[in-house]
Design a protein around this ligand. Sequence first.
Ligand code: AMP
Length: 202
Amino acid sequence: MGPQGSGKGTAAQELSNILKIPTISTGDLFRTEAASGSELGNRLKSIIDSGSLVPDELTVGILKQRLLQDDCKNGYMLDGFPRTMEQARLLENISQIDKVLYLDVDFDTVIERIGGRRTCPKCGHIHNVKFAGDPNYCSVCGTKYVVRADDTEEAIRKRLDTFTQKTLPIVEHFRQKGLVLSVDASRTPEYTLKQILKGLGK
Ligand code: AMP
């Protein structure tokens, strides 16, 4: 968990390789459906692009389907879920939560970071033009990077507000249960990852 631009997606990609468990990003599941052009996809696209949250019922339905797939049977990591208290309760009913990683970073830093964020539309790789590397083409598969449609300043502010109001209380809920590993995510992606691995004893 962590605000938009805290580096959840980047850390999750690395952790998936190291821990050998899949990362399930509800944002990615929604973007895939949106790109399909289906009726549901079009509905999702307008919600996502405005920076609002997708309704809980729809989100949980799509996630549950994904968790039934074979690759999740030895565990999985969630990126961008849960985001509301209702989602947290549902997750606690359907799974055992081992750890909640919280990427701690202030909002000024993430607003600046999101401005430089590029995403590969093919493999999902995330890059920031502020860091070294080709700013135009994906370093993993060579596809041209895109700027996410919800990375406008207005949508970012809305998402950060929603994060404060709806998601931060869940972090507190998990903290009281002793599940939260909080790391300083204000520096580089490598630094964030190092602290996570240390905190997990890896
Ligand atoms: P993300 O890629 O995690 O930043 O998510 C992009 C967008 O997808 C969010 O701004 C929401 O519109 C939607 N979304 C992703 N995960 C959730 C969730 N758990 N609950 C509701 N909406 C979500």
